[in-house]
Design a protein around this ligand. Sequence first.
Ligand code: B12
Length: 259
Amino acid sequence: MTNLLSNLLEDTNNEKDLLVGVCSIDNPLLDSFQDNINKILPSARSLIVVIASHSKGALISDNNQVKQYDTIYTYERVRDISMKLTRELEFEDYNAAAVPAFIPLDVMSERKGMKGEICWRTASVASGLGKIGKNNLLITEPFGPRIRIGGLLTEHPPINTKSENRELLTHPKCNSCTNCQKNCPKEALSDYSTNKKLCGDYIFAYGLRKYSDQMENIINSNPDKRKNLLRDGTTRELWQNFMTGCYYYCWNCQISCPD
Ligand code: B12
């Protein structure tokens, strides 16, 4: 029984761009997510965390589409591995459910898409996969903060409890380094916390707010201006973001980290 999860984790960890870990859903770091976990899979006993690495070359590129393309791939990698693990576990009669790494998110309640069902940075610390940096991101040994994180819940009992952490650990290498803070174009980072409004407005330059503004402009314009707005660069960029599902415009806190 225990071999199944151990083997699955070992096989996945053998892939060079991946990191996988597990923690018990009783881990105190998951306390504030218990209601969400219970709603997703009431019989859950373990949380498996799946991390995939970005391409460093893509993220340091000056071409935003290249960075978005790599981000789409990295999220897909996390999703595919998480989905694969759910199927493997269910073939052996352990129910499992993958939890979104990013979107879809609950955008209807007061959370407004700014809170995940599970905070993957916290879950990763709980699973022993890394520590929190001053950039408020998870920093991993092999890939630094240049990663995407997701995972799944399963009723398979947890293993490797020795590698679990029970408190939110900060990364010792951050020490006196403030590269991430200095390189944030909006000065949104203070030690281990993020000004979400400043950051969000910048990284989602063509996101929901831009969409609402563009709609409002279109509605309030005369027919000639409306025709132009419907065909301008903003409408085209918004349309492309809807198509790709990726609407990021900044990765500086991931790139500027020397780790
Ligand atoms: C909403 C969201 C955002 C929002 C809000 C960010 C935030 N800090 O919550 C905005 C739009 C601003 C955002 C920005 C970015 N995001 Co974002 N985001 C999310 C999302 C979907 C939910 C996060 C959430 O639930 N936040 C609510 C609470 C939990 O967050 P919080 O208030 O920051 O809580 C932390 C602090 O309070 C801190 N804390 C509290 N007490 C203490 C005590 C101690 C001792 C310490 C050390 C820390 C600490 O620890 C908590 C956990 O780290 C997650 C995916 C997910 N489900 O986890 C991705 C996620 C966090 N984002 C990610 C990324 C990469 C980014 C960006 C780089 C944008 C981009 N290009 O992709 C920036 C980075 C901004 C930054 N440096 O903080 C990655 C992080 C990867 C990593 N290495 O950690 C995630 C995990 C997506 C993914 N699946 O990979 N994001």
